[in-house]
Design a binder for this molecule. Structure first.
Ligand SMILES: [Cu+2]
Length: 294
């Protein structure tokens, strides 16, 4: 581009020698770094205020099942990888915003992009995601693959029925058979013995629900027309939340309950007490439970 180009003179007399555009101001990497550090410090302050930084191992609620630690390890590995790239890309975004901000005398440049760069930022995340997919299969399979469930004749079986907006639980009673007179049903209270495998059979009689035991690290959708078996084993006694994690209607947020993990003796005593009161707790009719009779 020559100084004599009349289009460059922006209304000045085209015949007068045009002044050379002022050189772009030298970038100030120091100011950019300081700006980025200020932003980073602000974000860290927000994180610290929210209490997250002080107790990073406690981002997740207390884990109480045999597989909760394995789930948490996966969570932190994935959080670490995605967190690193979040900071990297957001940092670059802030840096480029400052580095290439509008300046006097600056000129736009047209670019068709950079194929090598685009291939790199497609291929590298693809490889990382594929690696994560393979890496997590073991933990996922231990929890979710029916063929890898514990082969345990002594496991406790509980039928879980989701309906707007309640969780109902049914125990087979002494005869071990569901759909008989000694069944025990309970609204919003799931009692299980500690250190014992539990099979839950999930069924919905209306819309989609999601059976979530946050402390167990178990979450499973309930699909209309299906009964889905899941398993868990609690290693710690106490009371923990039961949650519906699927937006299932206006009363969704009230669809909860309590998971009571207790000793085998306490559990058996509770079950005996419930039997005495059978029929008073569960408004569901026999018809609604009928689909489970086998
Ligand atoms: Cu629900």
């Amino acid at each position: 581009m020559s100084h004599a180009d009349p289009h460059d003179s922006h209304g000045h007399d085209a015949h007068a020698p045009a002044a050379a555009p002022p050189p772009p101001p030298a970038s100030k990497p120091g100011a950019v770094v300081v700006g980025f550090l200020v932003l980073l410090t602000g974000e860290l302050l927000v994180l610290w205020q929210s209490g997250i930084l002080g107790k990073i191992p406690a981002i997740m609620p207390e884990g109480i099942s045999t597989y909760s630690a394995a789930v948490d390890r996966l969570f932190y590995v994935i959080l670490g990888i995605t967190g690193f790239f979040l900071l990297l890309t957001e940092g670059l975004l802030v840096y480029f915003c400052l580095r290439y901000r509008a300046k006097d005398g600056g000129r736009a440049v047209h670019t068709h992009g950079n194929h090598k760069l685009e291939l790199a930022w497609t291929f590298v995340p693809g490889v990382i995601l594929f690696g994560l997919a393979v890496f997590q299969t073991g933990v996922w399979g231990d929890i979710k693959f029916q063929g890898r469930f514990p082969d345990d004749k002594n496991a406790l079986k509980v039928q879980v029925l989701g309906k707007q907006f309640e969780w109902h639980f049914r125990y087979a009673g002494e005869d071990g058979v569901f759909g008989t007179a000694d069944d025990v049903t309970k609204l919003a209270e799931l009692h299980v013995p500690v250190n014992r495998n539990v099979f839950v059979y999930l069924h919905t009689i209306d819309v989609l629900h999601s059976f979530w035991l946050p402390n167990v690290r178990l979450k499973q959708d309930l699909l209309s027309g299906q009964t889905i078996r899941q398993w868990f084993n609690c290693v710690k006694t106490g009371k923990f939340p039961v949650v519906c994690a699927e937006l299932c209607g206006n009363g969704h947020t009230t669809m909860g309950g309590v998971l009571v993990v207790e000793s085998e003796e306490e559990f058996q005593a509770w079950l005996r007490d419930q039997k005495k009161e059978f029929g008073e707790h569960d408004p569901l009719t026999d018809k609604q439970w009928k689909f489970w009779k086998d």
